[in-house]
Design a protein around this ligand. Structure first.
Ligand SMILES: Cc1ncc(COP(=O)(O)O)c(C=O)c1O
Ligand SMILES: [Zn+2]
Length: 404
């Protein structure tokens, strides 16, 4: 069991691990810091096929506090067909759309809800662009917590239905994600509710770093040459970097510094890409996001400036893709690899395609493209570009005439 503390990302002041997320001195975000000992490569052999296999690298002190719905250990697919289509020899898709609630959000939500249990909180909640709502609600249901979701009212129907089915109280805010986030922050603090991605954020982001652990383990404890990560708030990209760095700290990896991080955002809400291309260190918020990638529609990304730092640290790049490119990429991935993703995953694949076309990716590099949400959650935007099914009378002769 590692001893954990919290440390300010800015001024490095340390705190005990409590229900606290902002530095008293400089208002910087607090990160979980561990007192790690080296871990051997076979330490995880035979363990459960969920991200809780990395228990000693996660911020929960007692195993009895784990709230698990068996998320993680999702497939790392050797994408030969998509790679061939794009001209890449070593392409992998990390298919996180097959988690129990069908997005990567089961990772951060599960860790935060478990920590809420460890802290003895009486309720949890989240501000969500859609996927976090169901991930938090499902973990809350399993852990026996009331759950409050604050989300913009225009998100996809399937995401609302899912979060309601798990029993959450869903507040559909008539406004943007940033409006929902501000309200959730105030209510969480005034009522002592563990808002997983706000006042539990230090613990929440720890779940997402398992996206680095799993990829490294699935590659036989190797660091990929480059990683393409969809960015909303930027928490996931930052956490993936932290995850690889920690694997180096515990001697499971070396040479993490040579990996290359690529941030992918949708046109219509690409404040991090815009800042990167301006050569800026600060993000200018987008006031009214407009994209079919609703799960990435975060105009004022909380971790935006840290993503920019990570891109600098890891020889990175940032690129955007528009609605048409996103939809084309969804179909390309579906038709080559049999993986149906929502627009956020389409953004990653579209950015990958654009970078290959622009000569920015070496065809022999080991490239991992993160696909983080499931297409079944966003059929309304995807149906637009699909051919309508042909309705026919149940007549074998007539139907037979249109087959082949
Ligand atoms: C499917 C999907 N991918 C990526 C992201 C972006 O994650 P982050 O906000 O940590 O950058 C989100 C955020 O909601 C998401 O739902
Ligand atoms: Zn500080």
């Amino acid at each position: 069991m590692s001893k954990i503390s919290l440390q300010c990302r800015e001024c490095k002041k340390e705190y005990e691990s409590t229900f606290k997320y902002i530095c008293d001195e400089c208002f910087g975000p607090l990160d979980v810091k561990y007192d790690f000992s080296p871990v051997s490569k076979n330490a995880f052999d035979g363990r459960e096929h969920t991200y809780w296999r990395y228990f000693e690298l996660l911020p929960i002190q007692q195993k009895s506090n784990i709230v698990s719905i068996h998320a993680g250990m999702t497939p790392l697919i050797r994408a030969e067909k998509l790679g061939k289509e794009l001209g890449l020899n070593n392409l992998y898709i990390k298919n996180d759309s097959v988690n129990p609630t069908f997005s990567f959000k089961d990772r951060p939500a599960g860790v935060a809800v478990s920590k809420a249990k460890e802290f003895g909180l009486s309720a949890v909640g989240c501000a969500s662009t859609g996927n976090l709502a169901s991930a938090t609600a499902a973990h809350a249901a399993k852990g026996g917590f009331p759950c409050y979701v604050f989300a913009p009212s225009d998100i996809e129907h399937a995401k609302i239905a899912q979060a309601l089915a798990y029993g959450s109280k869903f507040i559909a805010v008539d406004g943007t994600y940033d409006d929902a986030n501000r309200i959730a922050a105030q209510i969480g603090d005034s009522k002592g509710i563990g808002i997983v991605n706000i006042n539990m954020r230090s613990y929440y982001v720890e779940g997402s770093k398992t996206l680095a652990y799993e990829v490294a383990e699935q590659l036989g404890w190797q660091v990929p040459d480059q990683l393409i990560v969809p960015v909303g708030s930027g928490a996931m990209l930052n956490a993936i970097c932290k995850g690889f760095e920690e694997l180096q700290t515990v001697s499971l990896l070396n040479d993490v510094s040579r990996m290359r991080m690529i941030a992918a955002q949708p046109h219509g809400c690409a404040p991090v890409v815009d800042a990167f291309k301006r050569g800026d260190t600060e993000v200018i918020p987008v006031e009214n996001p407009d994209t079919i990638a609703k799960s990435l529609a975060i105009g004022d990304p909380g971790d935006g400036r840290y993503v920019l730092k990570r891109l600098k640290q890891y020889n990175g790049y940032a690129e955007e893709s528009n609605n048409k490119e996103i939809l084309d990429a969804i179909l390309l991935l579906a038709k080559t690899e049999g993986v149906f993703t929502e627009p956020a995953g389409g953004v990653s694949v579209a950015v990958l395609k654009k970078m290959v076309e622009d000569g920015k990716i070496d065809k022999n590099d080991t490239t991992v493209c993160y696909v983080t949400g499931n297409g079944l959650k966003a059929t309304e935007s995807i149906m637009e570009v699909l051919q309508k099914p042909q309705t026919m009378k149940a007549d074998v002769a007539k139907i037979s005439a249109v087959v082949q």
